[in-house]
Design a protein around this ligand. Structure first.
Ligand code: MG
Length: 258
């Protein structure tokens, strides 16, 4: 079932989204060469505690997982692109790091992700990150009342394919509300004019992830979570939680200072 949110509920979701934005900014500021991934998880835990928010990631166990997710952030490095578990790995110069994070505040969820280079970026990684960001922007721009889910999907897919990147639709965007993952699903490829029509009050996470090698095959680590490109190429993942409003798309996980 798809629940449309009232303007007051969207304001409450915005408050959750600000916690998400704050945590991602804090994690990024801490993500320096030599820092272990577990330290980044602790940074995010501290932001949640300070905000009185909880984690929808910690203990999450969807159907594909053998064990509950043990952290509040996903840390995916280089050829890992989704669902990486923070461990003792220490960041190295040039690593491509993708961070996914969610928060629940006053009963409402927010979900966002960012990708960036630690230290000096490799040129190919920079282009991959920029293209993922451009795809996210294109997907958000398509999220207007009267458009359809397929318009968002097509906008994302067009940017990724133009960049020559691999797009796998096993994981993608989704509705957000009282819980992190709700209907409808928002794939990263699709046909314009198809799918559910977008109405004011719909809140969705839009989250392109692309593989730099141009192929869409991936494998999952023995931990049951960490998703890596099959060809060893790097991946990038970016995400915002977005509300469809009569005035157009509103990014609920944008930083409070704009
Ligand atoms: Mg998501």
């Amino acid at each position: 079932m798809i629940e449309l949110k009232t303007p007051d509920e969207i304001e409450a979701m915005r408050a959750a989204g600000i916690v998400v934005a704050d945590a991602l900014a804090a994690v990024r500021a801490e993500a320096l060469v030599g820092v272990p991934l577990t330290a980044l998880d602790q940074v995010a835990r501290d932001v949640l505690a300070d905000a009185g928010a909880s984690s929808p990631f910690l203990g999450y166990r969807p159907g594909f997982a053998q064990k509950p997710f043990p952290a509040v952030i996903c840390t995916s490095v280089n050829d890992a692109v989704l669902h990486g578990i923070p461990d003792g790995y220490r960041l190295r110069d040039g690593d491509l790091l993708s961070i996914d994070f969610g928060a629940i505040l006053d009963g409402w969820a927010g979900d966002a992700a960012m990708s960036f280079a630690v230290g000096r970026p490799r040129r190919a990684d920079q282009r991959l990150i920029e293209t993922a960001g451009a795809a996210l922007a294109a997907g958000i721009a398509a999220a207007i009342p009267g458009a359809r889910i397929g318009d968002i999907s097509a906008a994302i897919g067009r940017v990724g394919r133009a960049g020559g990147y691999g797009i796998n639709t096993d994981f993608g965007g989704h509705g957000v509300g009282r819980t992190m993952h709700e209907s409808p699903s928002v794939p990263n490829e699709g046909r314009p004019g198809r799918g559910m029509q977008l109405q004011p009050g719909l809140v969705i996470a839009i989250e392109p992830w692309f593989l730099g090698g141009g192929h869409d095959e991936y494998r999952v680590d023995p931990d049951g979570w960490t998703l890596r490109s099959a060809d060893g190429s790097h991946g990038a993942h970016v995400e915002h939680t977005v509300a469809i409003t009569p005035e157009g798309p509103r990014i609920l996980t944008a930083a409070a200072d704009g």
